[in-house]
Design a protein around this ligand. Structure first.
Ligand SMILES: [Zn+2]
Length: 375
């Protein structure tokens, strides 16, 4: 495909409204595009797991070669992604400033489609190709979590969903826990008999001021930015307070150790102050780390070299669908397609990188195929 048609497809999909749980319009278009390329397309009920209107779109093309390769990106986008008016200036695509651009992750979708068209046009023998467009990625990796893994044969997957210039591969990302605490005190008249009260607000402050947080170690962080109390009157001892935060680490053991420390710490402070405590935690996703000598990165490096692209393997800071599939035994890396400042109104896509990312998708497929045996 030439740059013009790749660009036209980018604009077509960016200007098609989508949101987490509202991916139907994009899904319909992508089903048509995959079918036109000869893929057998199925959808699932992933949407039902989080109140969304549709499921993941999976396109499969059986190959002439052994082996299977997964190519993935997501169909939803963060809020303020409706009615986007893309504006091009000096080879960079922006929104008009009133919305996001949704290059995250439409540029990834387009890179995969362009790569598929290129390898199919080359009429070279291919392995089984599994193309997965997920729902609900931005709000909680819901599509990935609901995926029926038995439909995937691939043991290796490229996730076109990473910021940065083309050639950047994300081979690791932290795991994340959401942590919450509810502190129950006892109300009392603040002027007449404060000693009869148990101050939940003060207990919360003691808890947080003595809790290890921020940068825990080079690969772990914690942050507790949401604080509330149940009080509206200044003359009553506070009987309820709550706070919410998160912990991340690239190492699952360190993450679990911190969660255990957090729980013990909060329990000690609550007990010392006579307050009740309810803790809750949600493991959002596990960390993943692909060793630098893994074949998935060797293929990426070879593919980059064939296109004169500078290969870089880096660690990312956020969670992505790849975290979920990694935990299911598929070796995954993120692939950058040229966007930066995603999730903001300043999101931008360098078009030269974007066009190259389609060629890179094709080169990844072809390089993988070179290591496959004939059936
Ligand atoms: Zn994304």
């Amino acid at each position: 495909m030439d740059n013009e048609s790749m660009y036209a497809e980018l604009l077509e999909l960016i200007t098609t409204d989508s949101a987490s749980g509202k991916e139907s319009a994009i899904a319909r278009l992508l089903i048509g595009k995959l079918e036109a390329l000869g893929f057998a397309v199925t959808t699932d009920n992933a949407g039902e797991t989080f109140g969304g209107e549709c499921g993941n779109v999976l396109g499969v093309r059986e190959g002439e070669l052994d082996g299977a390769l997964l190519l993935c990106s997501h169909m939803d986008r963060v809020p303020e992604g409706l009615g986007i008016h893309p504006v091009e200036r000096d080879g960079v695509l922006y929104s008009d400033g009133s919305t996001i651009l949704a290059a995250d992750d439409i540029s990834g979708v387009c890179a995969i489609l362009d790569g598929l068209r290129r390898v199919l046009a080359a009429k070279v023998p291919l392995p089984r190709l599994e193309v997965l467009f997920t729902v609900g990625e931005e709000t909680g990796l819901y599509g990935a979590k609901a995926m029926d893994m038995s439909k995937l044969h691939a043991k290796m997957g490229y996730f076109f969903d990473s910021p940065g210039s083309v050639g950047r591969f994300v081979h690791g990302a932290p795991g994340l826990y959401q942590l919450n605490a509810e502190i129950t005190g006892r109300s009392a008249h603040a002027g007449n008999e404060p000693e009869k009260g148990v101050d939940a607000a003060r207990t919360m402050c003691l808890m947080l001021s003595t809790l290890r947080q921020g940068r825990l170690d080079p690969i772990s962080t914690a942050n507790f930015p949401i604080l509330r109390t149940g009080s509206t009157a200044r003359n009553v001892v506070c009987d309820f307070a709550s706070f919410q935060g998160e912990a991340r680490s690239r190492d699952v053991k360190r993450l679990e150790d911190y969660v255990a420390y957090f729980e013990t710490h909060c329990q000690k402070v609550a007990a010392a102050n006579g307050a009740g405590l309810k803790l809750s935690k949600v493991e959002n996703f596990r960390p993943f780390l692909v060793p630098l000598d893994d074949p998935i990165l060797a293929i990426a490096e070879t593919a980059c070299r064939s296109l004169n692209i500078k290969f870089r393997a880096e660690i990312g800071g956020g969670g992505m669908d790849a975290n979920i599939f990694s935990a299911q035994g598929i070796t995954c890396v993120g692939v950058a397609t040229g966007y930066t400042k995603n999730h903001t109104h300043s999101e931008q896509l360098v078009l030269e990188d974007f066009f190259l990312s389609g060629r890179l998708a094709a080169a990844l497929i072809e390089t993988y195929a070179q290591g496959c045996e004939s059936k």
